[in-house]
Design a protein around this ligand. Structure first.
Ligand code: GDP
Length: 431
């Protein structure tokens, strides 16, 4: 939690995404002045349950659900203006006051309609299992130095030039991938023109705003999307997303110094899930796969796709703890395991007869990895009403103790249900 020394906190997923970051950000945002997204785009989907109502937020930081908290979308995000304002309008319809509380970095790149067409038609996107929301192609244009930034909307001539080049390239790519779809310069410009006044009204130098806020002692929460194992550099490449999801990306993606970060909270499920293709060494066989997927409602917030589930992988989370410099762990969805007879935790991989306890970079090695498991008795009772660690069954505490030890990071929170109040603060000062 925020205190006198922890003023700038990063919340990062420490597995393959969908760890429940939305809930943790929602709980922590109560004490925050600012909540800022730093990477990804509308491919993320945080689900926050408030009372009976469930909010799914794709681009807007979950802090928006707390009145008085200011929210920003940093330069590291690739922003889809169309879905941004759909989201804003839905929030307003649900009674959330967004006016004057949402800012967008003028340096953020835009996801254009032609990026989405290319993404959907691309065989490579299908092989990776992307969400088809244009995120990858938008980041490609950013890195190739031909992207469209929010600030370009202020110069119609420059915008037309950039869009014309973008559409030409996109149409060439569509033709190459065998698609009949084509983008149009005029349609793209017309769609943007409809959104430009609203977008420019909230465009700002977000890095400067946050720098000043930190100087003035504000509590700032930087909200990651996806998970560390989907990081473009540190994840299971090429089955990764197009941005740096890890803590290093937080400073860069907001426009503040890494030295300004005080703490990093890694969110992990009490088991493992991953959506899309790529290695998942501890993946369950049937019938456990269907059982845990059903208990945990493991279907994507953005795409509805069934997530692949497996045992907690200590090798993965220890790696994420190191790469991110995690100062605390938030273990979510402990309650999902309440009915299991016994549980396993992966402590290492046997690869070609040798035990590895550090996460390998080479996917071919991971393909051959046989998890080394340690087994635990199930607790076979509900944890949903526990609000203190000592209210948990002793078998659950033993399980959590082992996770903490294996991951080399102290547990700061344990989440035992979807609701805001279903959380146990352990060493609340750690994060
Ligand atoms: P995020 O992108 O990391 O925020 O994760 P998602 O929103 O995709 O998935 C998290 C899902 O798990 C949401 O539906 C949450 O309501 C739910 N959730 C979060 N914490 C808990 C928990 O402790 N127990 C249960 N049962 N569900 C949880």
């Amino acid at each position: 939690m925020f205190d006198s020394t922890t003023r700038t906190l990063v919340v990062v997923g420490a597995q393959w995404g969908d760890e429940g970051k939305g809930k943790l950000v929602d709980v922590l945002a109560e004490k925050a002045d600012w909540v800022v997204r730093y990477q990804g785009g509308a491919n993320a989907g945080h689900t926050v349950q408030i009372g009976e109502k469930s909010f799914v937020l794709h681009q807007i930081p979950s802090g928006i659900l707390h009145g008085g908290v200011r929210c920003a979308i940093g330069n590291g995000v690739v922003m889809d203006p169309e879905t941004l304002f759909t989201e804003v309008d839905e929030l307003v319809a649900d009674g959330v006051d967004v006016e004057g509380r949402l800012y967008v970095s003028e340096r953020a790149h835009l996801v254009m309609p032609y990026h989405k067409l290319v993404d959907k038609a691309s065989a490579a996107s299908k092989a990776i299992g992307t969400t088809g929301r244009g995120i990858g192609p938008a980041y490609e244009d950013k890195v190739a130095r031909r992207g469209v930034r929010v600030l370009d909307l202020r110069s119609p001539e420059r915008l037309r030039e950039l869009v014309t080049t973008g559409v030409e390239r996109a149409n060439a790519q569509l033709a190459w991938s065998g698609s009949d779809l084509r983008a149009s310069v005029e349609e793209t410009l017309a769609a943007l023109a409809g959104l430009t006044p609203r977008l420019l009204a909230i465009a700002d130098d977000v890095g400067l705003c946050i720098h000043r806020a930190i100087r003035n002692g504000a509590a700032v929460l930087l909200e990651g999307a996806q998970g560390s194992l989907l990081d473009i550099d540190h994840g299971t490449y090429p089955y990764v997303t197009s941005s740096n999801t890890t803590v290093g990306g937080a400073a860069t993606g907001v426009g503040i110094s890494p030295m300004a970060l005080d703490a990093a909270l890694g969110v992990v499920k009490a088991y493992t899930t991953r959506v899309g293709n790529g290695p998942l060494p501890t993946e369950f066989d049937e019938p456990l796969q269907t059982q845990v997927r059903t208990l945990g409602r493991e279907f994507g917030a953005t795409t509805g796709r069934a997530r692949r589930c497996g045992w907690f992988d200590g090798v993965v989370v220890r790696y994420a703890a190191r790469v991110n410099g995690l100062t605390g762990l938030a273990i979510t969805k402990l309650d999902v395991l309440d009915t299991l007879d016994r549980l396993a935790v992966c402590t290492g991989y046997t690869i070609d007869g040798e035990v590895h306890t550090e996460f390998p970079a080479d996917l071919q090695m991971l393909d051959r990895a046989e998890p080394v498991y340690e087994w635990f008795d199930g607790w076979k009772q509900s944890t949903q009403d526990a609000r203190r660690l000592d209210a948990l069954p002793s078998a659950a505490r033993l399980y959590l103790d082992r996770l903490e030890e294996l991951c080399d990071a102290p547990i700061a929170y344990v989440s035992v249900g979807t609701r805001r109040d279903q959380i146990i603060g352990v060493h609340a000062t750690v994060a």
